[in-house]
Write a protein that binds this ligand. Structure first.
Ligand code: PLP
Length: 362
């Protein structure tokens, strides 16, 4: 018998979501984003589960890529922020990594490296997010410099990232696409480069963003990037079910309070269930009173402060006993809903889940 806190990971749901991303852009190659431990789901297991379908994987840094290589993942791996230091270029060659090139120092490091093979690069252009990427006016020069380099594979992907694709009413995405298309460099024979634009929100809702490569992250894990229903996103299947169990049940009188700081006081006689999950497991400490928790399949309100290892839930209106199942988020309680109550996004809740929570792959 061990602590009941667990994250169950449904790999069929993952593959369904990957298939949905592929089906929405049949002409594109679909490269799963498995950075940040595959958004908390376990990068190695997620990459293994998609290995027969995915042509490459995307991570944030070389350490994440090497961890996949050490686990025998053989696909090319794209470093989404490129290199942080010049010596990573040689390592990238060794590990068969693709490099995002977002600025002049990264570009210079590639030109200066002593390589025996050409490496593949993705050239980033800033079309409006203003975080990374070359300015559109500098794109053509960067592209032709890379094209001429003996260190760079001839097939360069030009790419950009959207700031507002999750806002279906914003014109920013169309503006970014137009800027991208206007500044796309061409080769001496007028051939256009390969391109990549779409993240999850764009794959689901902005068909004009379909290009040679698409880069889904959040949608793979089965949650919608949108705040409102959206026909394609509604077909996603949540991959993670974050579960624990009731470890104590007690009756308290009206006027008694619960938890650290006595931040919730019972207005009438109440039954309180203690569940074995807390902020040490990635459950948000700032979850307010009323945050929904499923106990025996029924939505019950969190009451009192979240502790490191436990939460307290008002189960006055249901039957609840020690050992009963509690679900913090999962298919029946979207992580987006919990996140919204906690004034954050599902991305953060999933990504912050610590190693302490065992993952069980189903
Ligand atoms: C460059 C890039 N592409 C794709 C993604 C995937 O985004 P999402 O998880 O919204 O699909 C990210 C995530 O931050 C990213 O930084």
């Amino acid at each position: 018998m061990s602590r009941p806190t667990i994250a169950k990971i449904d790999l069929d749901a993952l593959r369904h979501n990957y298939g949905l991303a592929e089906s929405l852009a049949p002409g594109s190659q679909t490269i799963p984003m498995v950075k940040a431990n595959a958004y908390g789901h376990g990068a190695i297991e997620i990459a293994n589960a998609l290995a027969s379908m995915a042509p490459a994987f995307g991570v944030a840094c070389i350490e994440e890529a090497i961890a996949l290589r050490d686990a025998n993942i053989s696909q090319p791996i794209l470093l989404l922020e490129g290199t942080f230091t010049a010596d990573e270029v040689v390592q990238a060659e060794h590990y068969n990594l693709w490099l995002m090139v977002e600025n002049q120092p990264q570009l210079d490091a590639i030109l200066a490296a002593d390589l025996s093979h050409q490496i593949k690069v993705w050239l980033g252009v800033d079309t409006g997010m203003h975080r990374l990427g070359f300015q559109p006016k500098d794109l053509a020069a960067a592209y032709s410099t890379l094209k001429e380099s003996r260190n760079v594979h001839n097939e360069i992907v030009v790419t950009s990232h959207f700031a507002c694709a999750d806002d279906l009413n914003s014109q920013a995405t169309n503006k970014q696409i137009a800027t991208f298309d206007q500044h796309l460099p061409s080769d001496s024979d007028q051939a256009l480069p390969l391109t990549s634009l779409a993240n999850s929100a764009a794959i689901l809702a902005w068909p004009a963003a379909q290009r040679d490569w698409q880069r889904p992250g959040y949608m793979l894990y089965g949650n919608s990037p949108f705040a409102q229903p959206q026909a394609n996103a509604d077909q996603l299947r949540p991959v993670m079910s974050f579960e624990s169990a009731v470890i104590s049940v007690r009756e308290i009188a009206a006027g008694e309070s619960v938890g650290y700081g006595a931040t919730w006081t019972a207005e009438h006689p109440s039954r309180i269930a203690t569940v074995a999950v807390g902020y040490g497991d990635g459950y948000p400490r700032h979850a307010p009173n009323g945050t929904p928790v499923l106990i025996n399949g029924v939505r019950c309100p969190l009451v009192g402060r979240v502790s490191m290892d436990m939460i307290t839930v008002d189960v006055t209106d249901i039957q609840a006993s020690i050992g009963d199942k509690a679900i913090l988020w999962g298919p029946a309680l979207p992580v987006n809903e919990v996140a919204a109550v906690c004034n954050t996004i599902g991305y953060e809740l999933l990504t912050r889940m610590p190693a302490r929570v065992p993952r069980a792959y189903l």
